[in-house]
Design a protein around this ligand. Sequence first.
Ligand code: ZN
Length: 115
Amino acid sequence: MPKPKTVKNLKIPGVEPPTTICNDPNCPWHGSLRVRGVLLEGKVEKVRAKRLAIIRHTYIYFDHKYKRYERRSKKIAAHLPDCISVKPGDTVVIGETRPISKTVKFVVLGAKKTT
Ligand SMILES: [Zn+2]
């Protein structure tokens, strides 16, 4: 098992590093999971299964036929490390990572700072 490490400085804009330390190997702050690809923002919909959160990501799509923007949203399953606690309704930043399971290829990095 991996031993507790220090917090890695991931330099994610708008996200503070977590204050607690966890033993989750799939934690981007304390484990060996690397974040690469896109960073997305979304709202937490469900926190049910262990270390899993369902995030709703809302984005704007341009329809070329009608030359208008429309709002679209999709649900993204994201890994929730032990050191990060969120509840439904929170706005969080998620980062793309390697596939952790069949549907999980994002990880919750923390709550979005509201300033
Ligand atoms: Zn952690």
